[in-house]
Design a protein around this ligand. Structure first.
Ligand SMILES: *Cc1c(COP(=O)(O)O)cnc(C)c1O
Length: 461
């Protein structure tokens, strides 16, 4: 049976990834066309964000099956809410069997609004207040303490009221950074967790567990965009070895669950989803075989790798001009929806696809051109000097792989409105249907959120 339908379609097994990439691109092209035809975008709605519901479901299923194939131990896949803080997305992932990793009162509220159970919720964050900790422990949400001072706060709370919350400590293996400094969590001086190689840290950790029968977990988040897989996995190996050492010292398997974090890097250069979750699990079982022996329950916290490839920002080319011999397409997508790319283009290059006014893929000879945004500063470019079919007025540009940490992370520069976000999927008859995930922000809302009700507050007195 294995690979049966692939054989039927005349596709070799090792082409399966490329084929999944083609399907992703086909769904995206169909959605862009339908968005133009159905008026999701148009002259008065020059920007919208699209989310591929089919793709999101497939990524969630791929994550679950990669782990189920490797271990019989319980695994909670807690989606990192910061990657896509949208209630309908969290609700969709809940339906796929995922939970939530939250790092602020806002993210916790979003997870709860999506109906994610406390038992499927994990609270991380390096700066939890006493009130946040109290709420989490009262709800029974898993908590990972970041540092000794936070553990002392938890000590006091646990003494004053019993809690069902599984509690762990986050460690930083100090295994080194990747290609993006700002996202490297495991450098020697990272702000996160207990720095494992610092003098006395290991002894302090062992003692913390010896003294507290309710400490049953260990946490790490050693991956991130730009971290090579081997370094990512090496961090998890250090976590496993520390758990084994602590359990040996305690004399029984006190630590029963390892939270291995998220951080699988995403391929932003093509439609291929590589590395896959299966690749990750294969690499982990090679480097840390004990992890899948069944003696530890597992928690994962993936964000970007579940959503990035399933989001597209679609923006109208308002004007096409030329400056100093370079063509410039002035569009409605810039720093407000692609902040990281605009401010740090070397670390966060995005693929751009060109479509004609009817939303059909644009062809023609490639010309190096700038794809600019609407914001009033010169660096507001989605892409600089990028070879693309020459963009013209009323064409559409799509910023690809923007499903995580892009359009849901609006930056309010120039009071540009948050664009609407629309999920899409094809009917059985092939027609693309859209569902509102988040309505576009109105100018009335911008005024209200900008102190509109306090217009006179700085006058007089
Ligand atoms: C950001 C974060 C994640 C998710 O990281 P991705 O790179 O989006 O997978 C998971 N856990 C923690 C603690 C995080 O801070």
């Amino acid at each position: 049976m294995a690979g049966g339908w692939l054989d039927l379609m005349g596709i070799r097994e090792n082409d399966a990834e490329a084929s999944a990439g083609n399907q992703l691109a086909d769904r995206r092209d169909a959605a862009v066309r339908a968005a133009v035809e159905q008026g999701i975008v148009g002259p008065d709605t020059p920007i919208a964000a699209l989310l591929d519901i089919t793709g999101i479901r497939r990524s969630a299923a791929a994550l679950k099956s990669a782990f189920t194939a490797a271990t019989s131990a319980p695994v909670l896949h807690a989606f990192a809410v910061k990657a896509s803080p949208l209630v309908p997305v969290l609700r969709l992932l809940r339906e796929e069997g995922l939970g939530a990793e939250v790092a602020s009162p806002g993210e916790l509220a979003l997870a709860r609004a999506a109906g994610i159970r406390p038992a499927a919720t994990v609270l991380d964050s390096p700066a939890k207040t006493p009130a946040e900790l109290r709420e989490a422990l009262a709800l029974g949400i898993a908590v990972n303490a970041d540092n000794p001072q936070e553990l002392a706060r938890i000590d006091a709370l646990v003494r004053s009221a019993p809690s069902r919350s599984p509690i762990g400590i986050r460690v930083n293996p100090q295994t080194g950074g990747g290609s993006i400094e700002a996202l490297s969590t495991a450098t020697s001086t990272s702000k996160f967790g207990v720095a494992l190689r610092d003098e006395g840290a290991r002894d302090w950790l062992v003692r913390a567990y010896l003294d507290r029968p309710w400490l049953t977990r260990l946490h790490i988040h050693s991956g991130s965009q730009g971290i090579p897989l081997d370094l990512h996995v090496q961090g998890i190996r250090e976590l496993y070895e520390l758990a084994e050492e602590i359990n040996a010292r305690v004399g029984h398997r006190r630590i029963d669950t390892l939270d291995i974090g998220g951080g699988l890097s995403v391929n932003f250069t093509s439609d291929e989803e590589t590395p896959t979750y299966a690749d990750f699990v294969r690499e982990l079982s090679r480097a840390v075989p004990g992890l899948f022996s069944g003696s530890y329950g597992l928690v994962t916290e993936f964000g970007r790798s579940l959503l990035a490839k399933h989001g597209t920002i679609l923006a109208r080319v308002e004007y096409a001009k030329s400056a100093g011999g370079r063509p410039v397409a002035v569009t409605h997508a810039g720093a407000q929806v692609a902040t990281r790319t605009v401010y740090s283009p070397q670390s966060w290059p995005l693929r751009i696809a060109a479509y004609d006014p009817k939303g059909r893929p644009k062809s023609g000879p490639e010309v190096a051109q700038d794809v600019a945004g609407p914001a009033c500063f010169a660096g507001d470019l989605l892409a600089a000097n990028r070879p693309l079919p020459l963009l013209e007025q009323d064409d559409w540009v799509a910023a690809l792989d923007t499903g995580a940490y892009y359009f849901a992370h609006h930056y309010a520069y120039n009071s540009l409105a948050r664009p609407g976000i629309h999920g899409f999927a094809a009917d059985p008859d092939g027609k693309v249907r859209f569902a509102v995930v988040r309505a576009a922000q109105t100018v009335e809302e911008i005024v209200a959120e900008s102190g509109g009700a306090q217009a006179e507050s700085l006058l007089g007195g």
